[in-house]
Unconditional design. Sequence first.
Length: 352
Amino acid sequence: MTILLDTVVGQATAIETLRRALGNDRVHHAYLFDGPEGVGRELAAFGFAQALVCERRSAPPAGPSLFGGAEAPADPADKSSACGACSACTRAMPRADAQGRPIHPDIVVLERGLYEPGLIGRKTPESQDISIDQVRTLVLARAAFGPHEGRAKVFIVRRAEELSTSAANALLKTLEEPLDRTHFILLSAHPDVLLPTIRSRTLRIRFAPLGESLVTKLLTERGVEAAMAATLAHRANGSIGQALALADATAAEAATSFTQRALAAVASKDFTLALDLAGDAKKAKAELEMHLAAFSAALAAEGRTRALAGDPTATAYAHRHELALRALRELDGNAAPALVVESMLSAMRAAR
Ligand SMILES: [Zn+2]
């Protein structure tokens, strides 16, 4: 069970504004979530949408009480949050296997290039902007029918500043004549680029950059080592999204460097390089696992390339690949990381 709005961190003011709107039944028909990339705007948009489509939030008023007397007033706290557990709430969760879109039919994401051209009535990909075709197919053709499941319909526009002028003007028409239970959430890091007419018809909610200490904390929670987390947080300009991308890039760099050092250790005359690498592996098992996996993949790829070229050294790479996989299994079986690296490199050297 996940209440998405509860998972947005460091944006108390924005989230409070959204909850209040939900609690008071004063949800605006069009919002502009403005702020840098990677600070929680999109998560907040999905959280708000989840609350709007939730099947249990603000249940219809109960019939007259059996015992007569006044009915208990509805608890406003119930209205300000999704239940997080009903079928609609579950389907409102963004999914990694669907480009971060939810599968709920009443939560529709618009983004440049998100849909195959054929699906939105185009022949060419949207390389420049969010086209009028996308707005026509996804918004204009559907908005008139109202929500599929009766609660609300929510359109979320990623990088709304990329709307083409004709797309923005088409959207504007629906913003000027809002439809019942239909809501728009425009996400933008560059709201000044939006048409002034669009800006004036949306309610602006600001999402601030996150504090460095918060980004550091979020990174360590995701397994990034403390000193590295602090360095990355400092470089990330208050964006957890950017910090995670930097962490990924750093991890990829480290894996590449491990592969290069391992290959040099195998080729080298003496065993010093191998011992150095084994010494460095002492510290972190999880990290070594990633490096070994990358090393093994690099060996397999090199082996395939050489085999295709008819190069007889291909078998040596296949053998090294086997040894790298064996090292991974040993690590998995709780062998000491340094020993795993040392014996792998030593076996590879013996087979030169
Ligand atoms: Zn729910």
